[in-house]
Design a protein around this ligand. Structure first.
Ligand code: MN
Length: 424
């Protein structure tokens, strides 16, 4: 689906800013003022744009027709069993195509005062190399009419880029902006190299909406989600440029690095396309970064304890550094095994709270209640020293961090009724 029908579908939540909005910082002010509501900026300098569209689990689950607590199992299933996409001949995104590129004219905002410049943040990149296909998020700092510096983190796209450079070739890419939540979740997924994340999106829509994801072929041969609002077609060239500072998920400024340069050759967009803005450190960023990691934590903890009910990377912990897992405890010590398994599954996590299954992991207050009434630091605390942690945690020392595990499950052996929340 395109963005307009989604805005229509969620219209009771949407905040529309009717007047003209400047690209420099003003768009961010509106988005930060309404963090959990879609903010539609029909008159943003350069063209219409939206942000915070997928900033709640409820809207993502509504789009997929699954209750919020079924999202994780659906994602787990889709990651385990990817499905074919459906290649179509025509797509609205190919309606307007131009080789006369001017990225500076687009509604691309400068989000925070010390950012290096204007950034495209919601772009999911498609690339192929020697039979392997990849989808992933990478921010783009606009450098000029047809080029940008791109933060290519050392993962799959970086591998493809390195291989292409070593072979003396440029790497063909497509950057898709204005995608449905399943394609965005696919862009945030980390599976092994060579797995086409589009097929994970397709398995998700197949299971939830009974239809595959539709793809369309670009002139450069790559196939992209047909429902995108904008697609930038181009190549990564053997040139680097300063990228950053830029506000990342933890809402602090990421440092300057030399990063690959993208040259855009064609721009495709829908008629009256709506540009998608994801603000670093707001909930929409959290969901597409954190939610696709939850299945891996679920699986790992499931191998350590008999039954896992729910997993959540919490917004307060930037949906990356802190998590909560609810389990059905059967043996004393299950909580601590769950802590170790969770840290092993998501190495960036530095705090995890393990709770019983009567605790709602989606309620911060309920989780704190479990800590308040079921946890004693001398018995339930696990501290791991100098573990390799997240690169985006400003308090980490040279990439090393200390990890905090809290076993807030009821002790077995005592009177379990003492720990139950009274109900009417
Ligand atoms: Mn990949």
């Amino acid at each position: 689906m395109a963005i307009r029908p989604w805005l229509e579908r969620f219209r009771s939540d949407v905040v529309t800013i009717e007047g003209p909005v400047k690209r420099e910082l003003e768009a961010t002010r509106h988005l930060v003022a309404h963090p959990d509501r879609p903010v539609f900026l029909p008159n943003l300098e350069g063209g219409p744009a939206v942000g915070n569209l997928w900033s709640t689990r409820d809207r993502v689950s509504a789009a997929l027709h699954v209750p919020p607590d079924r999202l994780l199992p659906a994602l787990l299933q889709a990651q385990a069993h990817p499905k074919d996409t459906n290649l179509v001949d025509k797509a609205e995104v190919l309606r307007e195509t131009s080789r006369d590129i001017d990225l500076t004219a687009l509604p691309v905002p400068k989000l925070f005062p010390k950012d290096a410049g204007r950034y495209i943040t919601a772009g999911v990149w498609v690339a192929e190399w020697k039979g392997a296909r990849n989808l992933s998020f990478h921010r783009i700092l606009i450098l000029g009419k047809d080029r940008g510096a791109c933060r290519i983190v050392p993962r799959h796209l970086r591998h493809m880029y390195n291989e292409a450079m070593q072979a003396g070739e440029e790497l063909k890419v497509a950057v898709c902006i204005g995608l449905d939540p399943w394609n965005l979740l696919a862009g945030g997924t980390s599976v092994e190299y060579g797995v086409d994340e589009s097929r994970i999106a397709s398995a998700l829509t197949d299971a939830c909406l009974a239809k595959p994801v539709e793809m369309v072929r670009l002139p450069n041969g790559l196939t992209v989600p047909a429902d995108a609002e904008y697609v930038l077609e181009g190549r990564l060239i053997p040139e680097t440029h300063d990228e950053g500072p830029f506000v990342d998920a933890v809402r602090t400024y990421d440092r300057v690095r030399k990063e690959p340069v993208l040259v855009v050759e064609r721009i495709h967009h829908r008629k009256d396309a709506i540009f998608h803005i994801i603000v670093g450190g707001l909930d929409e960023h959290f969901l597409f970064m954190g939610m696709p990691r939850e299945p891996a934590i679920y699986q790992a903890v499931s191998r350590a304890v008999p039954h896992v009910k729910a997993v959540r990377l919490t917004e307060g912990g930037c949906a990356w550094l802190h998590g909560v897992v609810s389990i059905r405890k059967q043996h004393q010590g299950d909580g601590k095994n769950a802590i170790l398994a969770a840290f092993g599954a998501h190495t960036s996590m530095k705090q995890v709270v393990i709770v019983d299954e009567d605790i709602d992991v989606f309620s911060d207050r309920d989780v704190e209640w479990a800590i308040a009434t079921r946890f004693q630091a001398d018995r339930g605390l696990v501290v791991l020293h100098d573990v390799r942690g997240s690169s985006i945690d400003p308090s980490a020392r040279d990439g090393f961090t200390s990890k905090l595990g809290i076993d807030a499950t009821k002790p077995l052996g005592g009177d379990p009724a003492m720990f139950d929340k009274a109900a009417l």
